[in-house]
Write a protein that binds this ligand. Structure first.
Ligand SMILES: NC(=O)c1ccc[n+]([C@@H]2O[C@H](COP(=O)([O-])OP(=O)(O)OC[C@H]3O[C@@H](n4cnc5c(N)ncnc54)[C@H](OP(=O)(O)O)[C@@H]3O)[C@@H](O)[C@H]2O)c1
Length: 272
């Protein structure tokens, strides 16, 4: 009995994506755009949000290869996640169009490489405002709907940079650590109410955000592969969806050891 509990999915599995109503917040490029394309291919109903409206349209046009083939009832809801009212208005538009929402995926983020010798307070504040407060703005918008439905899934995209100290992640890393904590706390509150909560911790993914990185990115994967891993994790009812395992598995193991092991490996492998 106890062993069964240890291996049971932590969230209600999603067995079929067709007709699932999915809201992607941060879908104009990178992993979010790849998720939109993959979900549309699988027949899900998608709402896409980010600031760049034309890019959101372009993402939908890419699904079928031509504007005429884009998903018929896809919703384009441009917004800035630092504006709580805009997220609430987009939520209202989704509920009006679909009557509810099944899966909400948080992807929006700002990545500004920063170390102690180029600390930039304004950029650090902006990073927190988007990555962390933005996620809270989304929560404020969707929690009432999910609680009222008594079902649905909330997926927060964090990063392995939130698992421990890493070079250049001075502002970004702490926001991703906060999202991991937020997801755990939400799971405790929402699981008994029938609502799934998961946190996505990717390693390095080839996207516009990482295109300017000047350091070697180990185990780099494509955004399309990341999207497939995320959907597989949600489908399986996983709480902590991390990939690629050949990279994230090593980091997870290191976290079990004394912190000096983490410091030593991170310094040696990054040369920083
Ligand atoms: N790529 C990686 O290696 C990697 C690794 C670990 C975690 N992640 C995480 O994965 C997620 C997706 O990242 P990505 O690599 O795909 O980066 P990306 O291509 O830069 O995508 C970021 C998305 O966030 C949106 N966004 C940023 N600020 C926003 C704002 N104020 N309001 C609304 N939307 C905003 C962007 O759209 P607009 O600019 O149009 O607003 C864009 O759609 C992020 O949470 C990132 O931290 C990525």
């Amino acid at each position: 009995m106890l062993l069964n509990g240890l291996f049971a999915p932590l969230n209600p599995p999603v067995n079929e994506w067709r007709d699932q109503r999915v809201w992607l917040v941060g879908a104009s490029s990178g992993i979010g755009a790849a998720l939109a394309r993959e979900l549309a291919r699988r027949g899900a109903r998608i709402a896409v949000s980010a600031r760049r409206e034309q890019s959101l349209h372009d993402v939908l046009d890419e699904v079928g290869g031509s504007p005429n083939q884009r998903p018929v009832d896809a919703l384009v809801l441009p917004l800035d996640v630092t504006n709580a009212g805009a997220l609430a208005a987009a939520r209202d538009a989704i509920v009006a169009a679909w009557g509810g929402v099944d899966v909400v995926v948080w992807l929006a983020a700002l990545w500004v490489p920063m170390r102690a010798d180029n600390f930039d307070l304004a950029a650090a504040r902006r990073t927190i405002e988007i990555n962390q407060i933005g996620a809270l703005n989304l929560l404020a918008a969707v929690l009432p709907v999910l609680l009222d439905q008594g079902r649905g899934q909330l997926v927060l995209t964090a990063s392995v940079a939130g698992w421990g100290g890493m070079p250049k992640a001075l502002a970004y890393g702490q926001t991703k650590a906060a999202l991991n904590h937020l997801a755990e706390t939400l799971w405790i509150d929402l699981h008994p109410r029938g609502i799934g909560v998961s946190v996505v911790n990717p390693g390095f993914v080839d996207t516009p955000a990482t295109a300017t990185n000047t350091f070697t990115m180990p185990a780099l994967i494509s955004a399309d592969e990341a999207a497939i891993r995320i959907l597989a994790g949600i489908s399986a009812g996983q709480f902590n969806i991390h990939f690629p395992r050949r990279f994230t598995g090593v980091l997870k193991f290191l976290r079990l050891l004394p912190i000096r092991c983490w410091f030593a490996v991170i310094r040696r492998t990054t040369g920083m």
